[in-house]
Ligand binder design. Structure first.
Ligand SMILES: Cc1ncc(COP(=O)(O)O)c(C=O)c1O
Length: 408
């Protein structure tokens, strides 16, 4: 395994943290990754050197606009889109509510939208609430509880001439299942529906080609992929130009600025470029795109090397239920499980206090998924999510700690 894990770890200062005398193992990446040092420095440098608001004639304002422009170029390269299709905002959820409010203006009573049962609710409720306000029918692509994948067998019936929007996530933030976005978007396009994709759990793990996947509206969050708390949206130019966003009268009315209501988190945006550069640094090639693609390939291979033995071990532990699709299904290295003898909260507490392993418990806003699996009242899941900076030694520590707690 050629992956430069030692160099990678040096770039994440938080990995030095100890708890109760032991080095912390971070398995809470799906809730928010640790931050790469260059992104931390970029935030600090911006604030140390002098920030400013936009549209001024003086250096700090001009630099701010240039740097935000550069961050948009990097986001464009990340998703194979264009910089003038990128808007920043506080987080992915807010961007989805904002987009839903704009796009729903084009919906009429009797129209339909199609969502999925596997989603984080940020990609359900913004669309659903707008639909309910307008008597638009909401349908769901069902979860197959046996395979833990979306059941696409009735997709062609679910999408009709009346379907205005299909919203789906790249991957489940609980069980890691990677959804077949391409098949869903192809079916949507045939009927003229727009496709909104929640990329939040996908982008820390694999390359997302907006064009190849047929995505019209893409939403993501930089704090899940090694950077600061910044949300982003990338919307196809033709669609973006047509959308009327709720905004204050004097703010820009053109794409993409019209979506950026109020003053943005400029210092946070300074870290976006560096977060993306971390991924491209793992790759090779002459163009940024080549580096990003090969960087993701290196990361995916490494994460797969880490997660495989862990999944195998967890499957053999008596009293532990692992919620993972089988090996034929592509997954991120995010594992959800439950144990018979403890609630997820008790288990997560023991992992933290006994083994200095930080992992989270709950439904992680994939509420419908947890509800369908019938575990909401029992604390839902324990989630262990592997990130690009974890090590095999940490995996061994994790498995040993699970076994020890189960025995005690
Ligand atoms: C898959 C997925 N979608 C959306 C979100 C919401 O992102 P944000 O916190 O940026 O609103 C999350 C956050 O956990 C997520 O995991």
């Amino acid at each position: 395994m050629k992956y430069p894990i030692n160099e990678v770890r040096k770039r994440f200062p938080a990995l030095q943290r100890t708890y109760k005398g032991k080095q912390v193992v971070y398995l809470d990446g799906p809730g928010g990754s640790q931050t790469v040092v260059e992104a931390i420095h970029a935030v600090q440098e911006y604030m140390m050197k002098g920030g400013a608001n936009l549209h001024g004639v003086f250096p700090t304002s001009i630099e701010t606009m240039d740097k935000i422009g550069e961050a948009k170029e990097f986001v464009a390269a990340l998703f194979n889109g264009k910089a003038n299709e990128v808007a920043f905002g506080p987080n992915a959820t807010t961007m989805m509510f904002h987009a839903a409010r704009a796009i729903a203006k084009t919906w009429e009573e009797g129209d339909e939208i199609l969502l999925t049962e596997i989603e984080h609710h940020s990609n359900i409720d913004p669309w659903r609430l707008e639909a309910e306000d307008r008597n638009v029918t909401v349908k769901y692509i069902p979860l197959n509880t046996e395979t833990l994948t979306l059941d696409l067998s009735t997709l062609d019936q679910l999408i009709t001439e009346k379907t205005k929007l299909v919203a789906v996530g790249l991957a489940s933030n609980c069980i890691g299942t990677i959804n077949d976005v391409k098949t869903i978007s192809k079916a949507a396009k045939k009927k003229g529906a727009v496709v909104a994709v929640d990329a939040v759990h996908g982008i820390p793990h694999f390359y997302v080609d907006r064009e190849d996947l047929g995505i019209d509206l893409l939403f993501s969050s930089v704090y899940k992929m090694f950077g600061p708390h910044v949300g982003l949206a990338m919307i196809k130019k033709e669609l973006f130009d047509q959308l009327e966003f709720y905004k204050v009268v004097p703010s820009p009315g053109y794409t993409p600025d019209k979506m950026e209501v109020g003053t943005q988190n400029h210092e946070g945006i300074m870290g976006v470029t560096e977060a993306i550069r971390f991924i491209s640094d793992l790759g090779q090639g002459h163009t940024m795109k080549d580096k990003i693609i090969t960087g993701y390939e290196a990361m995916e291979k490494y994460e797969d090397y880490l997660v495989r033995p862990v999944r195998e071990e967890l499957r053999t532990i008596d009293g532990l239920t692992l919620y993972q699709a089988d090996d034929s299904v592509n997954k991120t290295p995010t594992m959800a499980f439950r144990v018979d003898t403890m609630t997820p909260r008790e288990f997560a507490t023991r992992m933290c206090e006994d083994a200095s392993i930080f992992l989270a418990d709950g439904h992680f806003y994939a509420y419908r998924l947890a509800e369908i699996l019938g575990i909401v009242d029992q604390g839902s899941f324990i989630r262990a999510g592997i990130s690009a900076y974890n090590t095999m030694e940490e995996m061994e520590r994790f498995v040993a700690a699970v076994k020890k707690i189960m025995k005690s």
